[in-house]
Design a binder for this molecule. Sequence first.
Ligand code: URA
Ligand code: ZN
Length: 382
Amino acid sequence: MLKKLLVDVHTHVYLPRYADLLRSRSAVPRIIPAAAASTDSKPSERLLILDHEPSGGRPVGPQYWSRDEKLGFMDKHGIDVSICSSANPWLDFLPTPDASDIATKLNDDLEEYCSSSPIISDQRIKRLYGFGMLPLVPGISTSALLDSVRQISLLPHLKGLIMGTRGVGKGLDDEALDPIWEAIEKEKLVVFLHPHYGVDNDAWGEKENGHVLPLALGFPFETTVATTRLILAGVLDKFPDLRLLLAHSGGALTQLSSRLASCIHHDPLVASRLKHDARYYIGRLYYDAVSYGSEELQFVADTIGRSGKYHTSSADAGSTTPGSQRMMFGTDHPFFPPLNGEIKWRSVVENLEAIQGVSGWSQEQKEGVEGGNALKLFNLVQ
Ligand code: URA
Ligand code: ZN
């Protein structure tokens, strides 16, 4: 019998070309040199990508760009396969012509990063696959974006693409994206939807709380809002086979889905635009299992699993499927590294223990979340 694989669907890399781009910049996002960074005893380069980075940025090193470091991290935690994505803020800050050119090169770089990774011989799959990226910046032409979707679809180790929430400047409910969704759907690529901007910083008040509020709340709320807008624009009606994987278990989307459905019901303008109850669409999405707690995982699975009840057709109404089949283990590496010299990363161990601790899941369901679901979604099953 083949060994059950542990697959990480939420793991990032700043490819060397991207790190160099950040080094060349004098404004955020940027990497600042070790010497200029601080008076630490062990100076390292520092990454500035978010507003108000605490103490001059986060220390960065090879764990952000080296493939050997990625494989070493995977070995340390028993991770067999990683589906790697560039980390935020992708190309959002670039002018249009540069964005297209760099996206093409970074997609080729990522293909090389993955294709030259070791093979898991008894399963005949590689250890690394990737999510490419599109040059999603204001002013970009539809044809340039379609070229980029085509490029990704032709690179055999890229199984999808990572996307932020801004689209080409107006968010993911912008009709200008319809041809792009259509192409992504046709090519059977998975969109990994990931936050970067959080919500308005005024919401965080004046107390110094480091990155806790933007990362714990702002990131997931951003995903919640972006996905809701996409649903309200009818994108999932227009492209029923589009596959979206939401970072951080979809933020607050599942918790708020019945409230969302009720608000839509009371708003005839929006209600008339959608084919189904909002709760149906919630169950059409895929979710990483990066939520650090068993109860949260169980809740997300239960909420998405009831989606069939909200299908408008009476044939499907009432059906439920285990929501866990749409959930997948992730680590968010290289973010959230250990602080006290622990060998294993707490952020990883917690997410693994959370899956094993879900009282309502069978061992088979847990193994699905650990790897089997991802192998199916990314068509890696032999
Ligand atoms: N911090 C980031 O900037 N990105 C992540 O994905 C996680 C933490
Ligand atoms: Zn992430």
